[in-house]
Design a protein around this ligand. Structure first.
Ligand code: GUN
Length: 342
């Protein structure tokens, strides 16, 4: 289904050099999520300007409970993206001790406010909070994460409205990179509500043949090796090795794992001296669910960082603009997420 690996004289990550050798080296095409995000932001900017001309400024409320450092980082990036695009943003920071009832009150308040089009409650929530009750309480029309059962059901029924951001972003990467989905065999590793399940549905609605794998799947590597498009979303650092990849396949890495143990970093990045240097300076390094050696087998892949990550926030911005339009009875925006699954 996919084209084989591109033969090119080019930068070769495993040799950390621009090749001066005579024979061509095999290297996967890098799917640049940052460039695709910038393309989407350009499109959103013109939509946001036309909304502004009509007196509408879409607004996003982010609820960050407690002080989980990773969640703080993610939410700050989301708020910064709103600032960059000229959307209104509201950051609410209830204490880690808040009860389910207390958080339900916060959500009810946001549901009532007309200046807020999108609500996101950053996950995970503290143990004492019933996360399902909180997600169910968000007005589906403002559910820019696409986690509410109504929005999940709409996706299942192929009538999507607000779709989970990361899988919607993956579809944008595939579409804008010209990777054929129709008729392809797509294998999704992971069945989470946030990524795996909506990812499988979006691929199915785009006419892929979809296999969903999980912790109980037998012969995981053999199943993955049948994929034209492999989406890795299990949250296991560098688990997907070359053994999982059919030569020439497109590999989408949704994982974002922070490594701090030197032995792990030295094993995974043994052939990547620049990553080892960065780790020695910083003390941590980010790795996806896909082992970096896969660059030698895949036809195309999304790097970590700089692949899927930037798209998650871009789709959140797209959903916020879409929610602003839908709430005002004008759903005719580009609707990146919805279009991907049509
Ligand atoms: N935690 C990890 N990913 C997400 C996400 O996409 N949205 C929210 N609200 N929380 C998350």
């Amino acid at each position: 289904m996919q084209a084989g690996p591109a033969k090119a004289l080019c930068y070769h990550p495993l040799r950390n050099t621009h090749s001066r050798i005579e024979e061509p080296v095999l290297a996967a095409r890098i799917l640049n999520g940052t460039a695709i995000r910038d393309e989407i932001y350009k499109e959103l900017e013109s939509e946001i300007a036309s909304l502004a001309a009509a007196g509408v400024r879409p607004g996003l409320a982010a609820v960050l409970v407690g002080d989980n450092p990773a969640s703080k980082l993610y939410v700050n990036s989301k708020i910064a993206a709103c600032g960059k695009l000229g959307l209104a943003s509201f950051l609410l920071t209830p204490p880690a001790t808040i009860s389910t009832e207390g958080l339900l009150d916060v959500v009810a308040d946001l549901n009532r406010r007309d200046d807020i089009d999108g609500i996101l409650v950053q996950m995970p929530l503290p143990k004492q909070v019933d996360a399902k009750r909180i997600l169910d309480a968000v007005d589906p029309a403002k559910d820019v994460d696409g986690f509410h059962p109504e929005n999940v059901g709409r996706l299942v029924a192929a009538r999507p409205r607000l779709v989970a951001c990361t899988p919607a972003g993956v579809m944008e990467i595939l579409r804008r990179s010209g990777i054929p989905v129709e008729g392809a065999h797509a294998v999704v590793l992971g069945r989470s509500d946030i990524v795996g399940k909506p990812m499988a549905l979006l691929l199915l609605h785009a006419n892929a043949t979809v296999t969903v794998c999980h912790s109980k799947t037998r012969d995981l590597a053999g199943t993955a090796r049948r994929a034209d498009i492999l989406v890795a979303a299990m949250g296991r650092a560098a688990m997907v090795t070359s053994e999982y990849i059919r030569p020439g396949a497109t590999v989408i890495d949704v994982g974002q794992n922070v490594l701090s143990a030197a032995e792990d970093v030295e094993r995974i990045f043994a052939k990547f001296p620049e990553k080892l240097d960065a780790f020695r300076k910083k003390g941590t390094v980010l790795v996806g669910d896909v082992h970096p050696e896969v660059v030698e087998t895949a036809g195309a892949y999304t790097p970590v960082p700089g692949g899927v990550g930037p798209l998650t926030i871009a789709m959140l911005m797209s959903n916020t603009v879409r929610a602003a339009r839908l709430r005002r009875g004008s759903g005719q925006n580009r609707g990146h997420a919805a279009r991907s699954s049509s």
